[in-house]
Ligand binder design. Structure first.
Ligand code: ADE
Ligand code: ZN
Length: 326
């Protein structure tokens, strides 16, 4: 349709994308066969039928199990290239992708296999798709800060090729303060910081992300809207929120797209962006998220252009590169 063409034609940056969450069932089966890994599904349809979540943890259990088919650097390369091709088709010209090393190193996969596969795909995406790519190393918040420090140490030889440190997985019960030390260390090493906050967790976790971790970006941030002073502060400081409408729907953060707060965020002056989060699990890539807020909340083309613009100003690209995209 005309709207689809408009959305795909808008140059966009994707800032909130878990590469393990882009593992489509077809590739999951192919990698399971390639690596001789057993998966608890009989068919691709069977996998898709299992993707019916009632909260974040429900999803995470299935997402971590799915990642078990990723073994060699070729697997990580193929996974990432499949995402880059799909994102390019949606008009993504710059992608900042998160990866969860602990999901792999904890089952005996070397950090080197994970990162070298992702880096070679990033290089191929630059050459063949003209897409720029940055990597965000994310710590799993259900694990300890000590384990996050060990992961940061493993990444040391590659830190010049990693842009930022992130924080994901089970939010409630694992507040940002638990990781204050490791994010201070990450910042010392020159990494930017972006953490999931206010997806299921309370506004207090967003305050902690700002005050204790000194984040450069907030992933999700929906629940910040419950606190007017916090909302105003985020707006005044120009903090970018990486919002994921279809994820919010699938994880029951909202009841339906018609109750998504994206337009409230824009009205409050927040620098919101639209992103896919885990597209293989949530039934849509970035363009589907743009379309969802038009259909669900009546956003205009001017609003979509603002959201796309925010994706570049909120990116970790250097200022001259941001300027070239505006
Ligand atoms: N890991 C992958 N996707 C996530 C999300 N939406 N929230 C927290 N952890 C995640
Ligand atoms: Zn996420």
């Amino acid at each position: 349709t005309d709207l689809d063409a408009f959305i795909k034609g808008l140059p966009k940056a994707e800032l909130h994308l878990h590469i393990e969450g882009s593992l489509e069932p077809e590739l999951m089966f192919e990698l399971a066969r390639r690596n001789g890994v057993a998966i608890p599904y009989a068919s691709v349809e069977d996998v898709r039928a299992a993707y019916d979540f009632s909260n974040l943890q429900d999803f995470l259990d299935i997402y971590y199990a799915g990642a078990s088919v990723l073994v060699t650097r070729a697997d990580f390369h193929d996974l990432a290239m499949a995402y880059f091709r799909r994102a390019a088709a949606d008009g993504v010209v710059h992608a900042e992708i998160m990866f969860d090393p602990q999901t792999h190193t904890d089952r005996g996969i070397a950090f080197e296999e994970v990162i070298e596969g992702l880096l070679s795909a990033a290089e191929e995406a630059r050459e063949t798709l003209g897409m720029s790519v940055q990597l965000i190393l994310s710590f799993l918040r259900h694990l300890s800060e000590e384990e996050a420090f060990a992961t940061l140490a493993m990444a040391e030889p590659w830190l010049d090729r990693i842009t930022a440190a992130g924080l994901d997985s089970s939010e409630v019960g694992h507040p940002p303060v638990k990781f204050a030390g490791v994010f201070a260390a990450a910042r010392e090493k020159g990494l930017k910081i972006t953490v999931h906050a206010g997806e299921e967790g309370p506004p207090e976790y967003v305050y902690q992300a700002l005050d204790l971790l000194e984040v450069d970006r907030i992933d999700h941030g929906n629940r910040a809207l419950e606190d007017a002073a916090l909302t105003q502060r985020l707006a005044e400081m120009g903090m970018t929120l990486t919002v994921c409408p279809l994820s919010n729907l699938k994880l029951c953060v909202i009841d339906d797209i018609a109750s998504h707060p994206i337009d409230a965020m824009l009205k409050a002056g927040l620098k919101a962006t639209l992103n896919a989060d885990d597209p293989a699990y949530f039934g849509g890539y970035i363009a589907d998220n743009y379309r969802a807020v038009v259909e669900g909340r009546g956003l205009t083309r001017a609003d979509l252009a603002t959201l796309a613009r925010n994706s570049f100003t909120g990116s970790f690209l250097p200022p001259d590169a941001v300027a070239r995209h505006l």
